[in-house]
Structures are given as C-alpha cells and as structure tokens.
Design a protein around this ligand. Structure first.
Ligand code: ATP
Length: 363
C-alpha cells in the first residue's frame, strides 16, 4: 500500500477518466521476499506512457526498514527491479581475533576475497576510492590479512607515496617490496613487470598444452601490487619529462591489460577517481570498483559511469558500494569487516607467510 502511495506521490501513473472523474492508473507491482524476509525484490511495471523515470529516492520512505541495494531495468525493460534488504541486518563482519578471520576465510576460495557476509569477489584488478577517513586503508588491511592467511602464497608489493600506515605495514610484511619514494615506486613497478614478463614466457609454453587456461590452472601463485594514494603519485609523475611519464604509464597499462591471465594484479587506492589522476583506459580495466563513504556525485560518475543509481544510505566507515562484472553490474552495497583485534600484531604474526618476491623465481 505504501509503495502504491509513493508511486502516486511521484506521479508515476497514467491519468485516466472514469465516468467523468480523473483517476490514476498505477503500474503493476510485484513484491517478493526471501531469506526469512531479510531480502526482497520489488518489481514495478515500466511502460512508455509513464513519462516519469522512477528512482530509488521516490520509493525509499515507502519501503520503511528495507533499503534498495540495487536497481535496474529488467532485460526486457518491462519492469524496474529493486533489490531490497532489511536495513536492520548487519552485513559487516566482525572478527575478534585473527583466528576468527582465519576460520571465516576457510569458506572462501584461495583466489577470492570477501568484503562482507554477502560479498565474495574473485581476485582481480581493484580500485578503492573514498574520502579521507572513509576506511580505504582499513579495507586494504582486511584484504592483505586474507592474502597472508591463504594456503596459496600471495606475493605482495606495496607502494605508499605518502609514507603512511601502508608503508609501515609493508616494511613489516614485505620490506624488499615496499616503496615510498616516487623513483623507488617506479623501480618497483619495473620489477613487477619483469617478473610478469618471465611468467608470460613460462605460461606461454604451458598454454600450448591447454588453451584458455590461466596462471592458477598451472599452479602459479598470484602477485598483487597495492598502490595507496595513487593520485599523489600521479601528480608527481605528471610533472616528470615525457620519457618518464610514458614509461610509468606503460608499466601500469601492461599490468592491467596482461595481468589477469598471468596472475598479476593491481590494487589502486585513491581519494577521488577523476580522469586526470586515473586515465579512463586504466579505470575501465579495473573490474572491482569500490567507492567507500558518502562520496561526491562526480566520484561515483568517474568510478561507475553516468546514469548509475547509488543506493541512498548514510554510509558508516568502511561501508560503500561496489561493482564487479557478473556479480554487481550496477553499484551494490558492501561493508568491510571490523577487525576488532590488534591488527599490527596480526601482521607481525603472519609476516613470515609473505614471500620476498625478489628471491622468488616467479612461480
Ligand atoms: N570497516 C571498518 N570497521 C570499523 N572501523 C573502521 C572501518 N574502516 C575504517 N574504520 C575506522 O576509521 C578509521 C579511518 O579509516 P582509514 O584510515 O582506513 O581511512 P582512509 O580512507 O584510509 O583515510 P585516509 O585517506 O586519510 O588515509 C580507522 O582507523 C578505523 O578506526
């Protein structure tokens, strides 16, 4: 009933005359629930004659405790689909010890990362955007801890041009593969590319026996380059001479274009995803995009493209929206875990599990 009322208020109806009286013909509505009323789906008929566009904001008060997680047009364009979930439901995970994280992680694949109770994503190039304090670094901790406790060995590279917490952490878990200074970061990127090239040659020989396979099919382990404060690195690079700029751009492009099959992944962390600091070609090739906190519209547009609706919510720290092809084609809610234990001590305890990639053979 409240949904019908909201549609009426939004003028989402066809005006008709019934025996001389003006009436509103409302669209067809279907509302279904699953998971013990925790999740739901609202379908609202879409017809050309409803001149208005229906958006989430118009429905949100009618949905009471339910929030729209994702909205899109059905493939046949006959319905607006609103995926709902009960806002009282906590999607964020809380771990009170590293052991709790470890046992949760056991349910997730070796080449997958979880964000919250409902979000597990295959390891891929990643963009994490959010204003200061929105929880980006904390989210990276959560990913790094998962990588360190996987049975598969993740080779980690960390670049932190501002020399803040990630570089301190890097010195702890991967001291030979952590850089702060721009020249050192470029050298690290070169090295990452060199190891990737070696993998390419090794994989090429194997692919002759099994086409369409990728690194994991042959037991190669993943390499991950985590780049914090990418925009401040780019602002220094932009001021370099053309030769250096071109080299850096080539190194980054090669990773995003060739890395997936070879098992070399780039995680870019930044405060805003504008096209000056993140070229469209790079951004379009980062399949997992996460925007944390209450970002500006421009940030959503540059991350996800135009005409994309963001679920209206007051995001807490570590909460935001993400897209990933096939899993969330339009922005879906996510919330990084609350790591309610001594994070530094956890990294110290696991540092031995992180290889020094320089001494590795790239296998
Ligand atoms: N998922 C979360 N659960 C609980 N607390 C969180 C979460 N994410 C962030 N916080 C809290 O918010 C604080 C700020 O987060 P964080 O340092 O990750 O922000 P940031 O986006 O990296 O900021 P900056 O751009 O300034 O580095 C953290 O120190 C932590 O206390």
């Amino acid at each position: 009933m409240s949904v019908r009322r909201a549609l009426l208020d939004a003028a989402y109806y066809v005006p008709r005359q019934f025996f001389g009286t003006a009436v509103a013909q409302l669209p067809k509505i279907k509302l279904t629930f699953t998971d013990n009323y925790q999740r739901g789906m609202l379908l609202v008929e879409n017809r050309v004659k409803y001149a208005q566009r229906l958006d989430t904001a118009q429905l949100s008060s009618a949905l009471r405790r339910y929030v729209v997680e994702r909205s899109y047009l059905s493939d046949d364009e006959n319905y607006y689909c609103f995926e709902l979930f009960d806002s009282r439901l906590e999607r964020r995970l809380e771990f009170r010890s590293l052991d709790e994280l470890l046992s949760y992680n056991a349910q997730v694949g070796d080449l997958e990362l979880f964000i919250d109770k409902f979000t597990v994503i295959p390891l891929h190039h990643t963009l994490i955007v959010g204003q200061t304090g929105s929880g980006k670094t904390y989210g990276v901790y959560s990913f790094l801890l998962q990588m360190l406790i996987k049975p598969v060995q993740y080779q980690l590279y960390l670049a932190d041009p501002k020399g803040s917490s990630l570089s301190i952490l890097g010195d702890m878990i991967a001291p030979d593969c952590t850089a702060e200074d721009v020249d050192d970061i470029v050298a690290l990127l070169r090295e990452f590319n060199d190891v990737m090239d070696k993998r390419k040659a090794d994989l090429k020989a194997k692919l002759a026996t099994k086409l369409e396979a990728s690194y994991s099919d042959f037991g190669f382990n993943p390499y991950v380059f985590i780049f914090d404060e990418y925009a401040s690195f780019q602002s220094v690079v932009q001021a370099m001479d053309k030769k250096h700029r071109d080299e850096v751009n080539k190194l980054i492009s090669q990773i995003v274009l060739q890395g997936r099959q070879l098992g070399f992944f780039l995680f870019i962390v930044m405060q805003k995803s504008d096209s000056t600091s993140l070229p469209t070609m790079i951004r379009d090739n980062l399949p997992l995009k996460i925007v944390l906190g209450n970002a500006e519209q421009q940030t959503y547009v540059t991350a996800f493209g135009t005409g994309v609706e963001i679920p209206s919510r007051d995001f807490r720290k570590g909460e935001g929206v993400y897209t990933f092809p096939g899993i969330a084609n339009t922005p879906k809610l996510c919330a990084f875990s609350y790591l309610n234990f001594d994070i530094n001590a956890a990294f110290r305890a696991k540092r031995g599990l992180c290889n020094n990639p320089r001494s590795s053979k790239g296998a």
